[in-house]
Design a protein around this ligand. Structure first.
Ligand SMILES: [Cu+2]
Length: 293
């Protein structure tokens, strides 16, 4: 290879690496606030992958542009290009580099997976979940078509809004009474599918006080989009007060968008007569989530 080509490739690689790094840094701002310890880890991985992706994308575009600009056929040249049967060094390069990149991303992801101390699939469903069920400090979560219910065993409080103390490990046991649902909080960058008939142990650490949206990440039927609520992360002191206050409140049926919409629509004259899943009755709780907070 001519020294000029080597210099050209070298400088463009450095320039692309710089652009990749800058884009990777910018990627942090594309995501919701980092409200959990897990979100910081995930964002680092996301940023690294955006940076590598940018480097590869621009590298390919640059190679294409360079070839089109400097190696295109003359105006009236309709001959075929030289037949190329393969080039071992080029093939080794374009095999080894992606291999190293893929291995690097895989190892880094596993490293983050470990740091998030996600429990393994079998332990997840059988081992610790059993113990978590008996632990009064663990919040019991029940998903139904189409509502979330949270039960705090130690205080006996029930709510359709999830409250958590800041900077403390949140321990939940997730259950579904009907179909697959997904416990998904974008601000925490965590998602856990909930399987009917299984108690799934789930943990994470909120690190920023605030109100964040919990959505159902599974298509669990007609009103799955209405299966949303808020996660409120507050100081341990106001969390304690919230529980204390809750234990004194009379439990009553919670606000439930799916239930309301279904009853409103089933009253209307326009009825296609299609069979549909009737929403579960709103849970009877001390605290009810309302969307306008
Ligand atoms: Cu659902």
């Amino acid at each position: 290879m001519k020294p000029r080509t080597i210099v050209l490739i070298g400088t463009s690689a450095i320039a692309l690496a710089a652009i990749g790094w800058v884009t990777g840094q910018a990627a942090y701002s594309w995501l919701p606030p980092q409200a959990s310890a897990e979100s910081k880890l995930i964002d680092n991985l996301f940023s690294a992958m955006v940076g590598i992706g940018t480097f590869i994308l621009l590298g390919v575009f640059l190679a294409l542009a360079y070839s089109v600009l400097f190696f295109r056929a003359g105006r009236y040249d309709y001959t075929d290009g030289p037949a190329m049967e393969g080039n071992l060094s080029v093939e080794i390069i374009w095999t080894v580099i992606p291999f190293i990149l893929a291995m690097g991303i895989a190892i880094y992801s596993y490293f983050i997976y470990e740091q998030m101390s996600i429990v393994g699939p079998m332990e997840h469903v059988h081992g610790s979940a059993k113990t978590a069920e008996q632990d009064p400090g663990v919040i019991q979560v029940v998903a139904r078509q189409w509502s979330w219910e949270f039960y705090y065993p130690r205080s006996g409080v029930t709510s359709t809004e999830l409250h958590l103390p800041n900077n403390q490990r949140a321990k939940l046991v997730l259950r579904s009474e009907d179909v697959l649902h997904g416990f998904y909080v974008p601000a925490f960058r965590i998602k856990q599918d909930i399987i009917p008939g299984r108690a799934i142990d789930f943990q994470f650490t909120p690190v920023q006080e605030g109100r964040y949206r919990l959505r159902d990440s599974q298509y669990s039927g007609t009103y799955f989009a209405a299966m949303q609520t808020d996660v409120v992360v507050e100081s341990p002191e106001s969390y304690r007060q919230w529980l204390e206050e809750g234990a004194k409140r009379t439990a009553k049926p919670a606000y439930n968008q799916a239930f309301e919409e279904y009853n409103r629509s089933s009253g209307s004259a326009l009825h296609a007569g299609w069979k549909t899943v009737i929403p579960a009755n709103p849970p009877i709780v001390n605290y009810s989530f309302t969307p306008d907070k």
